[in-house]
Ligand binder design. Structure first.
Ligand code: ATP
Ligand code: MG
Length: 476
């Protein structure tokens, strides 16, 4: 009987759901007996690069033994993956310890900020793990709240070593990362000390944990210039005015030192541990668990509400389609074969208009629906996903139209329902890239997947909400 419940299986793990989709990977939750694991599958792309990245991430993870890093359970260039329909493929992937209480970012989204003793507790956990990593001559280079997970007990687990590297001396061959967390030497493409770029990113994380906002969007913007020029007093005045509250002096002092422009002068992880801010009251796991469990209930409840709303919306759309079809049928029956009767003159002219718009866009972006293949995917029920039962071609056209103004579309992918869009952050005049793809999730439903490439996560969520709203507005 059990076997009738069709599930994909990978190396003995039943695939339960998708945990997250990153730039380079898709991460799924797997269950083997009582044990859970996160299976990180690398996306198909440049094979050589993919293999190099896989090897590096696997090697680095296997060297990191500290309890606050996600552990590597297994890895293979060819993990055996049997799909629901019985076909078998082989995927390059890592089997990782499961961070089952989500990431810091989801908590910050609802809590806005952490109480100071909680922020201190987590800062301390991160620093100790990062000292351990530094002693192995490894740097992470993509520390951010989305990559920091919680385990059962709400201990931190640092994840995503996709940008991590082993290093000796200064580095000069890679200047990537996620913009708000990138130290000035990375943005200015200078050589850098791997550990000190991690200190800088951790400064931004500490700032977010204590305030709920970024200290600056990019370390070459005006707020950061104040720090660069050692005009700390003005920087904090500005911040406190924005936040409408005073911040503790020893917190401000530590942040000043973590954001130091000259990385030789920037505080080290070891020095951070000795800093007065870390000597203050510190939360214990029991208190944290109590506070966060309530929060997890809220997060789960919001997710359930969203799933419920989506289901209701889809039900409404289906009923509307059936109602229209019924009216159409009745009209045709009434009119018999009278071909002169134009029951839906209005509809016809609308359809003509839509067709013209569609043709215009296909010509402009040089694609044709005959060649487009819709990606198949399983339902994920993530909190932010956009699900609809609109017809695929008109939905794709609609999304193109949403981003068409100001020529923000940079690419429509060949043979896919996928497009790249540049978003201009008007405040900072920086362009960010997002990628949108339609997926068929079965049951006549489509999901609009939106990938974020370095865009401020809070602004990105707003863009996502706007897109969701526009798509829903257009639905019948
Ligand atoms: P990025 O876009 O950040 O470079 P990536 O492709 O390197 O992403 P990860 O950050 O490792 O991938 O994973 C993507 C998402 O999957 C994470 O943000 C997280 O939500 C989820 N995830 C990854 N690893 C785990 C894990 N061990 N346990 C639970 N969730 C995980
Ligand atoms: Mg990540």
């Amino acid at each position: 009987m059990e076997n009738e419940k069709q599930q994909s299986i990978c190396e003995g793990y039943y695939i339960i759901k998708t945990l997250g989709t990153g730039t380079f990977s898709q991460v799924k939750l797997g269950q083997k007996g009582q044990n859970y694991a996160a299976l990180k599958f690398f996306k198909q792309g440049n094979e050589e690069m993919q293999l190099e990245q896989f090897n590096r991430e696997a090697r680095i993870l296997s060297n990191l033994k500290h309890q606050n890093f996600i552990k590597l359970i297994d890895c293979n260039e060819q993990l055996k993956y049997t799909k629901k329909n019985g076909t078998t493929t082989y995927k390059m992937g890592l089997i990782l310890e499961y961070g089952n209480n989500g990431d810091i970012f989801s908590y910050l989204k609802y809590l806005k900020k952490f109480d100071e003793p909680i922020a201190r507790f987590y800062l301390c956990q991160m620093i100790k793990a990062l000292i351990d990593m530094k002693n192995l001559n490894i740097c992470h280079r993509d520390l951010k709240p989305e990559n920091i997970l919680f385990d059962d007990e709400y201990n931190l687990k640092i994840a995503d070593f996709g940008f991590a590297t082993e290093y000796q001396g200064l580095i000069n061959d890679f200047h990537g990362g996620t913009i708000p967390y990138m130290a000035p030497e990375l943005l200015e493409k200078r050589e850098y000390d791997g550990s000190k770029v991690d200190v800088f990113a951790l400064g931004q994380i500490l700032f977010i944990m204590m305030t709920g906002c970024f200290a600056f969007q990019k370390s070459n913007h005006s707020s950061y210039k104040l720090i660069k020029e050692k005009n700390h007093q003005q920087f904090w005045q500005k911040m406190q005015n924005q936040l409408k509250r005073e911040l503790p002096d020893n917190f401000k002092d530590l942040i000043n030192k973590m954001f130091e422009y000259d990385y030789n002068q920037r505080i080290s992880f070891e020095e951070c541990l000795q800093h007065p801010f870390l000597q203050g009251p510190i939360a214990n796991l029991h208190e944290i668990k109590q506070q966060f469990r309530d929060q997890k209930l809220i997060i789960d409840k919001k997710r359930d509400q969203q799933i419920y709303r989506q289901r209701e919306e889809i039900k409404r759309q289906r009923e509307e389609i059936q109602r229209r079809q019924q009216i159409e049928r009745e009209m045709q029956e009434q009119m018999g074969n009278d071909s002169t009767f134009k029951s839906s003159g209005q509809d016809n002219s609308n359809q003509e208009k839509l067709k013209k718009q569609k043709n215009k866009l296909m010509e402009k972006y040089k694609f044709n629906f005959k060649d487009q293949i819709l990606k198949k995917s399983s339902p994920t029920q993530m909190i932010n996903e956009i699900v609809t039962c609109q017809e695929r071609e008109s939905l794709f056209i609609q999304i193109i139209q949403i981003f068409e103004e100001n020529d923000r579309i940079t690419k429509i992918h060949k043979n896919k329902y996928k497009l790249d869009v540049d978003i201009l952050d008007e405040e900072s005049d920086v362009k960010y890239k997002i990628q949108i793809e339609l997926c068929d999730i079965g049951d006549e439903m489509l999901r609009v997947d939106v990938l974020n490439f370095g865009y401020d996560p809070i602004d990105f969520n707003q863009t996502l909400d706007l897109l969701r709203q526009k798509i829903q507005e257009q639905q019948i």
